[in-house]
Unconditional design. Structure first.
Lengths: 110, 122
């Protein structure tokens, strides 16, 4: 059960935009629009930021957006702020009815 | 307020069993699928198991790493989800989070508990 592939780290300056990729296969990201993104600050539980590829839960800033092309999903954060510094994880539903997470990406705000 | 509170984490020896509980409040428990997600120290998130609501047959699924050893269940009358962990291995050491699937039944975990720590060591 291989994890989805994410870059280990990304960085950006305040006000800039960054994009985190999440690459899966034709058995998960490529075939289902059930991709989610989570933000996790150190010592805290994860928080849902995006679900079903593009949808934001109530209360999540519109600076966060999601997209998908083929087997790769992406999370874009615009207008970077210091509080965005955290770990980000993608997840997808799979054709075997399980769920798989990405390895996680550490976002550093310079 | 919607809340998930995990309990039952402990230090246990390899090969032993442990049962985690997830006590919920603030929503109609039976309408939602519930999942367990774990995070080993310093590592990423790993989905462990889910159980769907009665309307979806109460079906269960497991990650390959725990299949045959862990059993997920739910008591809708008490609004509690459980994870029975048998034949525990050192690799099962992790923080275990209880999560609610936001409604799609396909892995959008919109509510998380604070986690309960499981340490497997001799």
């Amino acid at each position: 059960q291989s994890a989805l592939t994410q870059p280990a780290s990304v960085s950006g300056s305040p006000g800039q935009s960054i994009t985190i990729s999440c690459t899966g296969t034709s058995s998960d990201v490529g075939v289902y629009n059930y991709v989610s993104w989570y933000q996790q600050h150190p010592g805290k539980a994860p928080k849902l930021m995006i679900y079903e590829v593009t949808n934001r839960p109530s209360g999540v800033s519109n600076r966060f957006s999601g997209s998908k092309s083929g087997d790769t999903a992406s999370l874009t954060i615009s207008g970077l702020q210091a509080e965005d510094e955290a770990d980000y994880y993608c997840s997808s539903y799979r054709s075997d009815s399980t769920v798989v997470f990405g390895g996680g990406t550490k976002l550093t705000v310079l | 307020e919607v809340q998930l509170v995990e309990s039952g984490g402990a230090l246990v020896q390899p090969g032993r069993s442990l049962r985690l509980s997830c006590t919920t409040s603030g929503f109609t428990f039976g309408d939602y699928a519930m999942s367990w997600v774990r995070q080993a120290p310093g590592k990423g998130l790993e989905w462990v198991s889910f159980v769907r609501g009665k309307a979806f047959g109460g079906t269960t699924q497991y990650a390959a790493s725990v299949k045959g050893r862990f059993i997920i269940s739910r008591d809708d009358s008490k609004s509690i989800a459980y994870l029975q962990m048998n034949s525990l291995q050192i690799e099962d050491t992790a923080m275990y989070y209880c999560t609610r699937d936001g409604g799609s039944n396909y892995g959008a975990f919109d509510i998380w508990g604070q986690g309960t720590k499981v340490t497997v060591s001799s």
